[in-house]
Write a protein that binds this ligand. Structure first.
Ligand code: SAM
Length: 363
């Protein structure tokens, strides 16, 4: 059969779509630099729009490089330009850009994934081997900066919403933590969520489990810096998660889909949870099919790509890994895994989040 002839307009459009992806990738690198070099924070703190010379001087950088960077940022519609003097434009951030690019206390702060962009992209060198062997790599393959990037991705939303919004939605958990229970956060990363809970509920005792030594090191430093005596951090390969129904509350934030053996972990959670305890499962909102995800989720391309470089790579980092990946735990799958492990109650919580779904699961 003859291939269909090439349509000149469609050819142009296809090339445009392709190069738009490259523009996004290159701009993402420039966003990483804007965050790392303090360019966004300086623009955010300025009282009036700045020329490239003023911005460079304030950041201790060379003007020519800053001017070219700013050109990318204006073209990408991330930084605003006042072209009153066309040869000396002035640059500024809108209030929304300030929140996302420069305010790490704002729940919409978005620099985490850009922080870890170079270490994430570096894995492209390993991926041809992964595709050939089937074997991935865990989160520590992304080094210290990988763990900091994850921390910076999740902490702002969690600081703003975990205690006032999420925990009150889980029936009875606030009272139980005020009375004093054992709590575990499995896949705790750099400890953002568990430190916030430990600070808010001094009567309870908290254990964070993770297999990333980089993340655990950051978590331990954070707990010491915040003077928290009721939280400890453990690598479950050194000290197994106690399967003696000791925990009144277990949380897993964005990590079950990263695990090599999610069903095994869910069974461990079932056996370590008290009979009147509750598991809060937070994972990525996903649909069951590729078609569903690509038509309903505008971030699907980003998510499948991040899965290859990070989530699915982690979920295939051991022999026999299940390889769920970023979009691999939709509600139906989560519920069937939970029921298979002996949980009898599964309820999706009504919590607004751009990428996550929240489930209250009980024995
Ligand atoms: C996307 S990060 C989320 C971290 C943290 N929950 C947060 O919200 O910031 C996924 C985490 O799961 C951890 N992880 C993967 N497999 C694990 C396992 N079997 N046991 C414990 N942690 C695991 C990774 O090391 C990584 O820190």
């Amino acid at each position: 059969m003859q291939p269909a002839p090439i349509d000149a307009d469609k050819l142009k459009m296809f090339s445009f779509v392709l190069y738009s992806q490259l523009a996004g990738a290159v701009t993402a690198g420039m966003v990483h630099l804007g965050d790392k070099l303090g360019l966004y924070r300086t623009l955010a703190g300025a009282l009036t729009p700045m020329t490239s010379a003023e911005l460079a001087e304030a950041c201790g950088l060379h003007e020519r490089w800053v001017r070219e960077w700013a050109g990318n940022q204006v073209a990408a519609r991330l930084v605003e330009a006042d072209h009153g003097d066309p040869y000396r434009p002035r640059f500024a951030l809108s209030p929304e850009a300030r929140a996302v690019l420069a305010d790490d206390a704002h729940p919409a702060f978005g620099m985490g994934m850009f922080h870890r962009l170079p270490v994430t992209m570096e894995r492209l060198n390993d991926l041809p081997t992964c595709f050939a062997t089937g074997r991935g790599f865990d989160y520590d393959a992304h080094g210290h900066d990988g763990a900091v990037g994850i921390e910076r991705s999740f902490e702002p939303w969690s600081n703003a919403n975990l205690v006032p919004v999420v925990l009150p939605a889980v029936e009875g958990v606030l009272d139980a933590m005020r009375r004093g229970i054992e709590v575990a956060d499995i896949g705790c990363g750099a400890g953002s969520a568990i430190c916030t809970m430990a600070e808010s509920f001094p009567e309870s005792r908290f254990t964070g489990y993770d297999i990333s030594r980089h993340a655990l090191a950051i978590a331990r430093t954070k707990a010491v810096a915040r003077g928290l005596g009721n939280v400890r951090f453990v690598d479950p390969r050194d000290e197994a998660i106690a399967e003696d129904h000791r925990y009144g509350f277990i949380t897993t934030f964005d990590c079950i889909h990263d695990m090599t053996h999610p069903r095994e972990m869910i069974s461990i959670i079932r056996r370590s949870l008290a009979t009147d305890g509750v598991w809060l499962l937070v994972d990525i909102k996903a649909l069951d099919t590729l078609e569903g995800n690509v038509t309903k989720n505008p971030m699907a391309a980003l998510m499948y790509g991040i899965s290859v470089m990070s989530c699915m790579a982690s979920a295939l980092s051991e022999e026999g890994g299940e390889g769920l990946g970023t979009l691999g735990l939709p509600a139906k799958t989560a519920e069937s895994y939970a029921r298979d492990a002996g949980f009898r109650s599964f309820r999706q919580l009504n919590i607004e989040h751009s990428v996550n779904a929240f489930y209250e699961i009980r024995p």
